[in-house]
Write a protein that binds this ligand. Structure first.
Ligand code: SF4
Length: 433
């Protein structure tokens, strides 16, 4: 049957909150709608189905989700509103009781949305706790130049502040064979850069029975793949073997994302993180020894319960000492059911806000300094889009945004760029021919 005959003129609007993993999962679900003859329209336009893939990592994410549901009901009062993902898994009743919501699907059930839409269900909540592994990857309909490929889901760590293990379940992973075949498909669709993503991808090794280093090696060997990165990796999971595989190929980019969360050992212990400040320093120094120009991102939480001014200062000083270039700063958010939520020394909202602001300003300054250090060098840039000034924008291998002039169509092209100047954490450059 022709696609258009399956669902004549049906429209779907999708919205994603949260992490890259969620975005890649929405991408696969969007492709499922397209395969069934739906037309994807912008969120906020009237649609037959509105699909919201939620996040619950902070209370702000929860309230944003509730606002999106209200907006969806306003724009598509007759449409079916499906709310799926982490927030649905944790608070299904709250969501189901909101006006206009037709289906609430948990972190596993969201992949079965097509079955639920086809059935006349009495019930509207489907939250399974078995947590199978469902693959996901960026799709061409999203218009991205960098493809996210999901290799792992869930987490076994139970950090005291984190709700994710409750929402996404135990760690599980894709096999190397399946990951390679998905990567080949992405390459065939024209993607030149792949970013491996998951909740705790360093745990790949422990639950697939296969090594992350072997997976990375096999992907680096693929013809047609030009660039490979890992998304966030826990510092304690970066082995010497993994680093040596990364270093063995110019396809592996010198950009890393290593969560820190705090630069104080007592807070790290309270957070139940699996490393000390000293361990973290060692791993960053190893990365810099292997990739001297590396861009390194770090997640930091400000205002964990009991965090004193001095402990915050320890985090600031560590970030100052280490070559961390991209800061991802979050205020601590109390999540019901976590160990940290039960602590009695919570930090006042204004103090958390002040600390976040301090680190964000410092992060901007460090990124600017890093960009200035790149001036005079040459980097291979994957161009993504032409901006409103008619200039092309893309990213260096070490993840600094670059702006360059060209009359040619550079979308999805990798070009050598001589970096000539820097401003506010961005680089300007000239194409080399
Ligand atoms: S490693 Fe810790 S912070 Fe990351 S998902 Fe697992 S429990 Fe959460």
């Amino acid at each position: 049957m022709e696609k258009s005959q399956q669902n004549p003129e049906k429209k779907v609007a999708l919205h994603t909150l949260g992490c890259r993993l969620n975005f890649s999962e929405t991408g696969s679900i969007a492709q499922g709608f397209v395969d069934r003859g739906y037309k994807v329209v912008d969120f906020g336009e009237p649609a037959d189905v509105v699909f919201i893939n939620t996040c619950t990592v902070t209370d702000k994410a929860d309230s944003t989700c509730r606002n999106l549901i209200r907006k969806a009901h306003g724009s598509s009062p007759e449409g079916k509103i499906v709310v799926a993902g982490c927030y649905s898994q944790m608070e299904p009743e709250t969501i189901a009781n909101m006006q206009g919501v037709d289906l609430v699907l948990g972190t596993t059930e969201k992949y079965k949305v097509f079955e639920y839409l086809n059935e006349e269900e009495e019930n509207k909540i489907f939250v399974d706790k078995t947590h199978e592994f469902y693959g996901a990857a960026t799709t061409p309909s999203e218009g991205h130049t960098r493809a996210f490929l999901k290799i792992q889901d869930g987490c076994n760590y139970i950090c005291s502040f984190c709700i994710i293990p409750f929402a996404r379940g135990r760690s599980r992973a894709i096999s190397i064979a399946d990951a390679v075949s998905e990567a080949k498909e992405l390459i065939d669709r024209g993607f030149k850069e792949i970013i491996l993503t998951g909740v705790n991808i360093g745990e790949y090794e422990n639950n697939s029975g296969e090594k992350l280093a072997d997976l990375v090696q096999q992907l680096l060997d693929l013809d047609g793949l030009e660039r490979l990165r890992l998304s966030s990796v826990e510092p304690n999971t970066i082995t010497d073997e993994l680093l040596s595989v990364m270093k063995s190929s110019p396809k592996f980019l010198d950009h890393f994302h290593i969560p820190l969360q705090s630069g104080d050992d007592d807070i790290l212990r309270e957070m139940r993180r699996k490393y000390t400040v000293e361990d973290y320093k060692k791993i960053i120094n190893k990365i810099i020894a292997a990739f001297p120009d590396a861009g390194i991102g770090a997640d930091v939480i400000c205002g964990f319960p009991g965090e004193s001014d001095q402990q915050f200062k320890n985090t600031y000083n560590l970030l100052k000492e280490l070559p961390i270039t991209h800061f991802h700063v979050f205020p601590y958010s109390k999540r019901k059911g976590t160990t940290a939520a039960k602590l009695d020394n919570h930090i006042h909202h204004d103090v958390k806000k002040g600390r976040v602001k301090t680190l964000m300003m410092f992060g901007d300054a460090k990124l600017s300094m890093f960009a200035e250090d790149q001036v005079g060098k040459t980097s291979k840039v994957l161009f993504e889009r032409r901006n409103s000034d008619g200039l092309w924008e893309g990213y260096t291998t070490n993840f600094v945004r670059v702006i360059a002039k060209s009359d040619a169509d550079l979308k999805n092209e990798i070009r050598s760029v001589h970096l000539t100047s820097a401003q506010n954490g961005r680089l300007y450059g000239e194409l080399l021919h």
